[in-house]
Unconditional design. Structure first.
Length: 257
């Protein structure tokens, strides 16, 4: 495992992704946030500040999700379509280094995008004289980044054995199901049906519990879970991402070109 080769792949992903209009998404986020600041007070009689804070955090997650899904799922197939994969694997580069470099690249892009949007978010709301629970907002956005990092790994995994379109659909479906997997588990327990309980438990074990990284509601009211819960949830997200990357390396290692 050579960190230099991994870094080269990561830098190329970072550079190419920024070229492909990703920064325009931060402009879109800014427009959404400015529109929310100006329009929501006219539509809501009360509580508009909390709504604006919530909309801003949700917009950060959605924009990041677009990058993770539609960029992550093309990272492998793009190299195959352009035939550059043959040059890369012909060099002294392992397939594990290729996958890890791709993931490190998209993770760097996601960190930059989330960081830029967080700064814009704080500046715009400060100019609008909306008080923010800064610490809670920063923690929530950090966990949004963790969720997106995991989704980037999932997108790469699906991209190793399916088309970019199918991989994008599967990644987005995983995002939706992962955010509701805990609710499905609770529904199974309430039903008292053993077969349904077994199914919901399997779904919960297989799918990532993305609700662990969802702190939007807590951030709006400035109330975060205990540090022990934050730590355990962070370890869970990181461990799941490493597991997904290990599977992606295994699948890609058996792929024939």
């Amino acid at each position: 495992m050579n960190l230099g080769r991994i870094s080269v792949i990561a830098f190329n992903v970072f550079r190419e992704t920024l070229r492909e209009q990703v920064l325009y998404l931060t402009l879109l986020f800014t427009l959404i946030l400015v529109a929310a600041v100006n329009l929501l007070p006219q539509l809501s009689a009360s509580g508009e500040k909390k709504i604006i804070i919530d909309v801003g955090i949700a917009a950060i997650e959605i924009v990041g999700l677009i990058v993770a899904v539609f960029v992550g799922t093309t990272l492998v197939n793009k190299e195959i379509d352009k035939r550059t994969i043959f040059v890369l694997i012909a060099k002294p580069m392992s397939r594990a280094e290729f996958i890890l470099g791709k993931h490190l690249g998209i993770t760097s892009v996601l960190a930059l995008i989330v960081g830029i949007m967080t700064v814009i978010y704080v500046v715009v709301l400060s100019l609008a004289k909306i008080s923010l629970p800064i610490y809670s907002i920063l923690v929530a956005n950090f966990y949004i980044f963790g969720q997106l990092m995991l989704l980037g790994a999932i997108a790469i995994l699906f991209g190793t054995f399916s088309s970019s379109l199918l991989a994008a659909f599967l990644t987005f479906a995983t995002y939706l199901m992962g955010n509701f997997s805990r609710d499905l588990l609770a529904l199974g327990e309430i039903s008292k049906n053993e077969s349904l309980q077994t199914v919901t438990r399997i779904i919960y074990l297989v799918l990532p519990d993305l609700s662990r990284a969802n702190l939007k509601n807590e951030a709006v009211y400035g109330v975060l879970p205990p540090l022990t819960d934050l730590f355990s949830n962070g370890i869970y997200i990181l461990s799941y991402a490493l597991l997904v990357l290990a599977i992606a390396i295994l699948v890609f290692g058996k792929k024939q070109f």
